[in-house]
Every structure is written in structure tokens, then in C-alpha cells.
Design a protein around this ligand. Structure first.
Ligand code: ZN
Length: 497
């Protein structure tokens, strides 16, 4: 606390102190409002917002008085809410269908400053908070933690161009209501529980039999609109024969009903604009362009307007590695998906979008730079790379633990790494440890074991890695930010944003 005195004295005069070995001062955070001057600092025992002045804002901020000069306010949830009230740029906002957005999941609560530095002055807005229920559960974090971290990062960087917060891959109504009540600006509705997996491989007679069971009025409705009709999407002809129509109805009928319900009960009822994304990607069924059109056209008929839609593309979008599959087929279908999205007036959304370097240029081209793309685990992998670079002993312990526990992750994640292609740790020099993050199998190994690594404890309940991991990254904050600027910057460059 001693070190903060000189910073406060200068702040009183409206000046920002320079960082020294004791205190890092985030100069971009400096701001003045209603007689109060604020700046964020990082001292040995953590980050604080220093406040001097008087008035309502000063009173509302909770903090320790420092020799009558001002106060040091912790980055608490309560203080975040106070910032939100006085500084609108710290509140998540919706962006609509005309501007590109990038989901930047931050499993650690440390990546957002680097993400802001990456996207500042680009043609894409950051969705800084983006965490699925799965990720929250696996890391023992709450949605409130995620929103607090994003808000403080925006304040730290003095970033005033707007950011979003995504309630990611939410399935259940209670989670939707909860996420909206916390102030998210983007909702990704995961419809996978409503998309039956067996239809795609079912025989024609089984499809027919299932379809027959639907109410007569449902069948009449779909037959009249779609059967043997031709739709023209800016030159792309879409047609449905009997079996194709039946399959689409059986596959997506339930998801459409659920989406309509969520839209009408939550999105239109929310007290602010919400970017509403529908995700039909987390299923075993590849979304054909015909199926995409069917879903889009039904949403329109039901007056449900979505901001973005995430199809499941052909080939594989595995976590943390490049695209796997037939590039020609992918390009053809991508161009059709992009046309359909443009025709209906929403953005195409690319999930598991990190590290797909070989297809980014065509994704940027066909979407004309108006898309949503989600990244998450890759940001954690860059953190692991920083550990490998700066704390080799910790990296080695984590690597061994990840290998020992890899199997347990397969119930959450679909990845197929060739673990034998990972160089044995015993023969790898410290200087070569960061290269593991260039090996696809090692990337996937760490990509899926984050929850296990960050929650692992010894018999006494002490964390095996977590505390040292965070301590190292806190000390190397700038190194981590620069790693993200480089890595995510490469994504943005290739997408043409
Ligand atoms: Zn998804």
C-alpha cells in the first residue's frame, strides 16, 4: 500500500504516475468524472482502482482509505457495478447484423486486455465475455466472474468502442433467464438437445414412418410451403423432395419451436438489445445448405430475427487446430451458407473458429467481412505457451498431469489427437518446451484438459498448479498480452478484418 501514496498524490493533480518496479500503472485507464479521478494499478498484492475526489461516485466505490489521500478499490463485483453505472463503455452491448464480431473466451480472466489490444481499430468488435456452462463448470468460475473480468479489462485498457458479453451455448431456460439478468448482450442458444441424431442415417421408410406420426396440420403446413417448391437465393436454387423435406422437419422442427419460444419469451422481452445467435452446430448432423435455408426460412415465417446462425460445416472444426476436410467441398458449402445468411439478413457464425488458418481467407471473402467467429481455448493455449517459456518446471508438471488425465476429457470434447506424435517430455530441453504449442496433438491435449489442470488439488486440498499458474501469468501479463496480439492478430489479418 505504501507504494500507492505517490501515485495518489499525482492523481490528485490529474497526473498519471509512471510505472516502476513496485507499481504498474495502467495509464490508459485514467479517467475523470464528476470531481473524481480514477486510475487502475497493479501492486504486488493485486490490482486496484485508485480514486481521488469527492461526490456520489467516490462514495459509492468501495475501498480502503489511504492516508486521507484517496482510496484503493478492489476489483470486486460491487465496484464493477458502480463502474457500469457511471461509465457506459464498461457495459456489454449488442452490435446487430452489420458489423463483424469476434468471441474471445477467456477461461482465466486474464486474456481480455490482450484481446482489446488486438482488436482496437480493427473492423471487428470484441465479445470479451464468452463462456459456456461446460467451461464454467470445468473451471469453477461463475458467469458473474466472467462479466466482472471483462468489464475491468475494458476499464484497464480505457477501451471505449464497445464490447459484448455472450451467454455461450446455453440450452436451458433457467440459464437463459439467469444470464440475461446478469446483463449479457449476446445469447447463443444451443439447440442440440432438440436435434435428434438418428435421423441423418435413418432409412427412407423410417423417416416416412416418423413423419407420418406428426399432426396432420403440421404436415399440411410444411408440404404446402416446401414440397417440390423451388426457392431462389440470389441465384442459388433450393428444392426439397419428399424425403429431404421430411428429414428437415424431423431434424429441426423441435429446435425451431424452442428457438421461437426463447425469442418471444426472453429476447423481445429483455430490457436492452440482445444479439441472438442460434447454434445448430453441436450435433452429429452436418448442416447442408438446404437445411440451413429451411431453418432460416422458418425463423422468418415465425418472425424470429436472429443476429447470427452457426451451422455445422462439412469437414471437422476441431478445437485449437486447423480445418480438417475437403477444402473444395467446404468452399462450395461456405459460399452457399454465406449467401443464405446474407439473403435473410444475419451473420454467419463460425464456432470452434480458432486456428482455422487455411480457411480464414475464404471465410472472410464469402462473408464479406460480416460474420461472428468464436475462439476460446486457443487463448488458454497461448497462456500455456507463456508458462512453457517462463516457468518450465510448472509446464513439465502440467504436461505430465494432462497426459495422465486426458481420457477423462473425452466425455466433454470431440478431439482425436495422435498422442504418440508428442515428443517425450524427458528428452525435451527447457528451451524447446514452447514448441509443444506448435504440435497439434499437444495443443489438443492441453485444449481439453484445462479444467482438470486448473482444479487439480493434492490430498490437503491445495491446488497443484492453479496458484503458481496465475502468479506466473500475473507477473508476465504483458508477455501474455503480446502473445495474444500476435496469435489472435493472425486470425484477424487472415479474415481480412
Ligand atoms: Zn457451437
Amino acid at each position: 500500500m505504501e507504494h500507492l501514496i505517490s501515485v495518489l498524490e499525482l492523481l490528485k493533480e490529474g497526473k498519471v504516475a509512471e510505472s516502476d518496479s513496485n507499481v504498474k500503472v495502467y495509464e490508459k485507464s485514467f479517467t475523470e468524472k464528476e470531481n473524481v479521478k480514477l486510475v487502475m494499478v497493479n501492486e504486488q498484492d493485486g490490482k486496484w482502482i485508485l480514486a481521488v475526489g469527492d461526490g456520489e461516485l467516490y462514495k459509492e466505490l468501495n475501498g480502503k482509505d489511504i492516508k486521507g489521500l484517496g482510496k484503493a478499490c478492489p476489483l470486486s463485483h460491487e465496484n464493477r457495478l458502480v463502474l457500469n453505472n457511471y461509465f457506459t463503455y464498461t457495459v456489454p452491448q449488442a452490435f446487430g447484423t452489420k458489423v463483424a464480431t469476434m468471441g474471445l473466451g477467456d477461461r482465466l480472466g486474464l486474456a481480455s486486455p490482450g484481446h482489446i489490444q488486438t482488436l482496437r481499430n480493427r473492423k471487428v468488435k470484441p465479445i470479451l465475455a464468452q463462456q459456456s456452462i461446460r467451461e464454467l463448470t470445468l473451471t469453477n468460475r461463475t458467469m458473474i466472474d466472467i462479466l466482472d473480468a471483462a468489464s475491468f479489462a475494458v476499464f484497464q485498457e480505457g477501451y471505449k468502442d464497445g464490447y459484448g458479453a455472450d451467454g455461450d451455448h446455453i440450452k436451458e431456460e433457467k440459464d437463459i433467464a439467469y444470464a440475461l439478468s446478469l446483463g449479457i448482450s449476446f445469447l447463443t442458444l444451443d439447440c442440440s438437445d432438440h436435434i435428434p441424431n438418428q435421423i441423418e442415417s435413418a432409412s427412407d421408410s423410417d423417416v416416412r414412418a416418423d413423419y407420418e406420426k406428426l399432426p396432420q396440420e403440421t404436415k399440411d403446413y410444411f408440404n404446402e410451403i416446401y414440397l417440390n417448391q423451388s426457392f431462389d437465393v440470389d441465384g442459388l436454387a433450393i428444392k426439397y423432395d419428399e424425403i429431404a423435406l421430411m428429414k428437415n422437419v424431423l431434424l429441426y422442427g423441435g429446435a425451431l419451436n424452442y428457438t421461437e419460444h426463447v425469442y418471444k419469451s426472453y429476447i423481445t422481452e429483455a430490457d436492452k438489445a440482445i444479439d441472438f445467435e442460434i447454434s445448430i452446430d453441436e450435433t452429429e448432423t452436418i448442416t447442408s445448405p438446404d437445411a440451413h435455408f429451411f431453418v432460416a426460412n422458418e425463423l422468418k415465417r415465425r418472425q424470429v430475427s436472429v443476429t447470427s446462425l452457426a451451422p455445422r460445416f462439412c469437414g471437422e472444426f476441431q478445437k485449437g487446430i486447423d480445418y480438417i476436410g475437403d477444402m473444395k467441398q467446404f468452399e462450395k458449402e461456405l459460399s452457399e451458407h454465406a449467401s443464405i445468411a446474407e439473403y435473410f439478413g444475419y451473420k454467419l457464425s463460425i464456432h470452434s473458429g480458432s486456428d482455422k488458418f487455411s480457411v480464414f481467407p475464404i471465410i472472410g471473402e464469402y462473408t464479406k467481412g460480416v460474420l461472428h467467429i468464436k475462439t476460446a481455448g486457443t487463448n488458454w493455449l497461448e497462456a500455456v505457451r507463456v508458462i512453457a517459456n517462463t516457468n518450465p518446471d510448472l509446464y513439465r508438471k502440467m504436461h505430465i498431469h494432462a497426459e495422465e488425465h486426458f481420457e477423462e476429457t473425452l466425455k466433454y470434447y470431440h478431439v482425436t489427437p495422435d498422442l504418440k506424435s508428442i515428443a517425450p517430455l524427458e528428452i525435451t530441453q527447457d528451451a524447446d518446451l514452447p514448441n509443444y504449442m506448435d504440435n497439434d496433438a499437444a495443443r489438443q491435449l492441453f485444449h481439453v484438459t484445462y479444467g482438470i489442470l486448473l482444479t487439480a488439488t493434492d490430498e490437503q486440498g491445495n491446488f497443484l498448479f492453479k496458484d503458481e499458474f496465475f502468479k506466473t501469468l500475473n507477473e508476465k501479463e504483458e508477455t501474455y498480452s503480446q502473445a495474444l496480439v500476435k496469435h489472435i492478430g493472425k486470425h484477424v489479418d487472415l479474415l481480412g478484418l
